[in-house]
Ligand binder design. Structure first.
Ligand code: MN
Length: 152
């Protein structure tokens, strides 16, 4: 599950953790603000012993009514939850990484094209969705990330 993650990195040249699949999952999430060639926000959910990951080019919404493109990227190791620092020049994803938000989540639905969850972060709180539209135009890696209207 972490082959792609490991392939892309040289661990004697980056401070990032090596990719090892974790035996336990604790339903944590993190959003890392990543000052790479293009600034983006990496959204990661702890599912199945790894961090399922998406790169969001614009700031993740705290309110309903805003949909963000989220590009699916390779799964990251659970130890990446705490990663912050500088990935040196010449490495994959070179640039500064800061933790923008983190916390726990509750998984409501985990389907091929639809993941529903409740986030309990400091900035992101409430019901959220990741939807992968079945459309040629949209592409294989493109998802939509948005806050759902709460039913209560
Ligand atoms: Mn990134």
């Amino acid at each position: 599950m972490l082959e792609k993650y490991n392939e892309k990195r040289k661990f004697n040249r980056t401070p990032e953790p090596k990719g090892v699949v974790s035996k336990k999952s604790q339903k944590r999430f993190v959003v890392q603000k990543h000052h790479a060639r293009a600034l983006h926000y990496d959204f990661r959910l702890e599912i199945g012993g790894v961090l399922k990951s998406w790169a969001i080019p614009k700031v993740p919404p705290k309110t309903t009514g805003i949909r963000r493109l989220a590009m699916s990227v390779e799964a990251h190791p659970v130890s990446y939850l705490n990663f912050a620092g500088v990935i040196p020049k010449g490495n994959y994803g070179a640039g500064r990484v800061k933790i923008w938000d983190q916390g726990r989540f509750e998984l409501e639905k985990n389907k091929h094209r639809e993941i529903l969850f409740n986030l309990r972060g400091k900035k992101l709180k409430g019901d959220y969705a990741l939807i992968h539209p079945n459309s040629e135009r949209f592409g294989k890696k493109a998802w939509l990330f948005f806050k759902r209207k709460s039913e209560s």
